[in-house]
Structure formats: C-alpha cells, structure tokens
Design a protein around this ligand. Structure first.
Ligand SMILES: NC(=O)c1ccc[n+]([C@@H]2O[C@H](COP(=O)([O-])OP(=O)(O)OC[C@H]3O[C@@H](n4cnc5c(N)ncnc54)[C@H](O)[C@@H]3O)[C@@H](O)[C@H]2O)c1
Ligand SMILES: [Zn+2]
Length: 353
C-alpha cells in the first residue's frame, strides 16, 4: 500500500492506495472516526452488488453500525432531489454529529454524498472510497462536492475535505473499457501539465493491461500532483486552474454532443489535443507536442478531434454572439510537463478555432 498525506492543517487527511484495501476498511475508518457509532454508506446501483457487502463486513467488524443507501447509477442522480432524499434518510437512521458518511462509487456518488455530509447537521465526517479511475485520480481528492442544477453542472456545492480517501485498485477490474479510458484522459492530463517523465511512462504503456500492471504508481503520481495543487490553492483561485487543461474546449465538445454523444473524458481528450494545436499556432507550444499527446490519447481509444460548431465554442469560452472581446485564460503547454495560463481575447481564440 502507498500512502499520501494532503496537508491542509486541521483538515489534513491521508490517501491510501493499494490492492485489497476494502477488506481492511473497518480499521482504517476506525482510526479516523474513533467516536463514530453509525456510518451512512452511499453507493450506486452498479457498485452496490459488486462491493458494498465486502465493505460493510469490514466496517461492522470494526464495530460500526452501517446504513446503506443506493442511488440509481448515472449523472442524473447528482441532483437536489437525491440530496434531499439523503438528508431525510440520514435523519431516519438517525445519524448524529459524531457519525460519518461514506461514499463508495464513482464521482457521482462522491460529489453527492460529500455534499450531503457537508450540509447535514452542519457537517459530519466524510470518507471517500472511489471505485472509478476518474474518481481515484481526480474527484475524490480536493474536497469539491456538488450537485447539478437545471442551469448546469456542479452549480450548488461546497468545499468539504474527506477524513480519509481509500483507493482499492482491485475495484478497477470491473470498469467497462470506455469508463477506464475516461479516467485515463485525466491521468494523461497530469503528465501533460506537470510531469514529463510521467507522460513518457504512460506513452510507453499504451494499453489498459499495461497501465493496470503499474496502477499503484500511476494513482500515486496523479494524486500527488493533485495534492500539491490543492495544498497550494485549496479554494480554487489560482494554481488549481492548471487542472483545467483541456477542459475549456472540452466543455465545447460536451455541449456539441448535448452531454450524450461524448463522455467527459472523451471531450477532455479532444480538448487537450485542440489546446496543444492552438498553443503551436500561438508559438507557445513546441510543434512536436500535439502529435505526442494525440498518440498517447489515441492508444487508449480516446478521440483527438471532435466536430464542433462555432456557437458551442462561443458558449464554452463564455462569449455570446454579440459579446465584445473580454479575455479568457486558456491553459496551454509551454512544453510537455509544464502548463501555463495564457490570457487572450475570447474573440481571438474563437477566430483560431
Ligand atoms: N469533485 C471534483 O473535484 C470532481 C472532479 C472531476 C469530476 N467530478 C464529477 O465526477 C462525476 C464523474 O465521475 P465518474 O466518471 O466516476 O462517473 P460515475 O460516478 O457516474 O461512474 C461511472 C459509471 O461507472 C460505474 N462504476 C463505478 N465504479 C465501478 C466499478 N468499480 N465497476 C463497475 N462499474 C463502476 C458507475 O455506476 C457509473 O455507471 C461527474 O459528476 C463530475 O462532475 C468531480
Ligand atoms: Zn475533468
């Protein structure tokens, strides 16, 4: 097992990464929640039959009473209706202020359960047990929790750091290939923005099997980069925006496909490739970089270009048709392994695209 500590003073917590960790979850949770009697376990309809029982056995073995709440799998569960359902169920248990909430699942479960934990009884302890690659390398670390509103994704939320993040690498075995590839888009992103050596390491392992053979160091490297960024910018006002590499243009592709044709990972992959090409045009990104990034993405079946209408680009960069040229900070690669924010007029960016 590998361990990382996210150092945020009183809100510091550990990330445990390894095989077979679900079976030892009881002791690990007991160590961070010494006074808790009850645990409210949130999971989804895909994950529950696979992993909930194993986790519950370990938790009850450590003396916890566990209440399980299963939400329907999918982004549509990350909503205010489910949140209020969780609050009511928590009071029925009843959960007290010394108890804790556990999220077992992907980013949907983590974001929803985390927001419920942040708000119920003005905040109770929260444990993340992420089971998708995306949740392990991204959403479970950093303390952002949220639900979607009709007006858009993640529009109601909070910062609520977990007490512990437990990543059992065995859970990744049951992911569909496309869900695994989605997570790999974010993995490759970390290499692009912060770590050239890691990028080369990934390029030398162009398949799921080869990545899984090295999954502990892969997760460790990604979480370590996110940890550094979060520590220096917990509230997302500065350096954390480098994590948005590929996401501004990715948002345009998500819009172009009405959030259905393209997954987030696919849209981010194409967004990173496009940002590399824009960077070359602007003389910021070295000309050989787009090909290298595209090759790494394509090896995992991720797209490197997505057809997109100008209106979608305009909406994604936050400029309606009549709006006059304010600036946007686009994240570009000054070289592989080093991202920089590049401020430019929105109109100029739209011209380039
Ligand atoms: N909080 C943050 O900082 C942050 C960062 C990035 C993304 N997010 C959010 O994360 C969400 C996306 O997360 P996601 O990609 O994990 O989606 P998800 O939670 O919907 O999981 C994807 C699918 O995989 C299934 N699944 C989960 N674990 C499985 C397993 N081990 N085996 C088989 N199937 C499994 C789920 O049931 C679901 O059908 C979005 O809502 C996004 O906004 C949050
Ligand atoms: Zn993302």
């Amino acid at each position: 097992m590998k361990t990382l500590t996210v150092a945020l003073e009183r809100r510091s917590y550990e990330i445990h990464i390894g095989s077979g960790l679900l079976a030892g979850a009881g002791a690990a949770v007991r160590a961070v929640c010494p006074r808790a009697g009850r645990l409210f376990l949130v999971t989804d309809s895909h994950v529950a039959p696979l992993y909930a029982r194993k986790l519950e056995e370990s938790l009850t073995g450590a003396g916890f009473e566990v209440a399980r709440h299963v939400i329907p799998a999918g982004e549509s569960s990350k909503c205010a209706g489910q949140l209020s359902e969780l609050w009511e169920q928590m009071m029925d248990v009843p959960l007290t202020r010394t108890d804790a909430v556990i999220a077992l699942g992907g980013g949907v479960v983590g974001d929803l359960a985390g927001f419920a934990a942040a708000t119920v009884l003005r905040g109770v302890d929260f444990i993340q047990i992420p089971t998708t690659l995306l949740a392990q390398v991204d959403s479970s670390v950093g303390g952002k929790v949220a639900v979607d509103l009709k007006a858009g994704k993640n529009l109601a939320g909070a910062f609520w750091q977990p007490k512990l993040v437990l990543m059992d690498t065995d859970t990744l075995a049951t992911l569909p290939d496309s869900t695994f590839a989605d997570g790999m888009a974010e993995v490759i992103k970390y290499g692009c923005i912060r770590d050239r050596e890691f990028f080369d390491f990934l390029r030398a392992r162009p398949s799921r099997a080869e990545i899984m053979a090295e999954i502990e160091p892969v997760l460790y490297t990604c979480c370590d980069i996110k940890r550094q960024v979060v520590e220096s910018d917990e509230r997302d006002t500065g350096e954390r925006m480098l994590l948005n590499f590929g996401h501004t243009l990715g948002h345009a592709y998500e819009l172009a496909g009405h959030y259905e044709t393209w997954t987030h990972g696919q849209a981010v992959a194409a967004g990173m490739a496009a940002a590399c090409r824009v960077g070359v045009t602007l003389g910021i990104t070295p000309p050989e970089v787009p090909g290298q990034v595209e090759e790494a993405l394509a090896a995992l079946g991720l797209p490197t270009a997505i057809p997109c209408a100008r209106d979608n680009y305009a909406a994604a960069v936050g400029r309606d048709k009549k709006g006059e040229g304010e600036d946007i900070s686009l994240i570009l690669l000054a070289e592989l392994g080093r991202a920089i924010p590049h401020k430019m007029p929105k109109a100029a960016l739209l011209e380039l695209l």
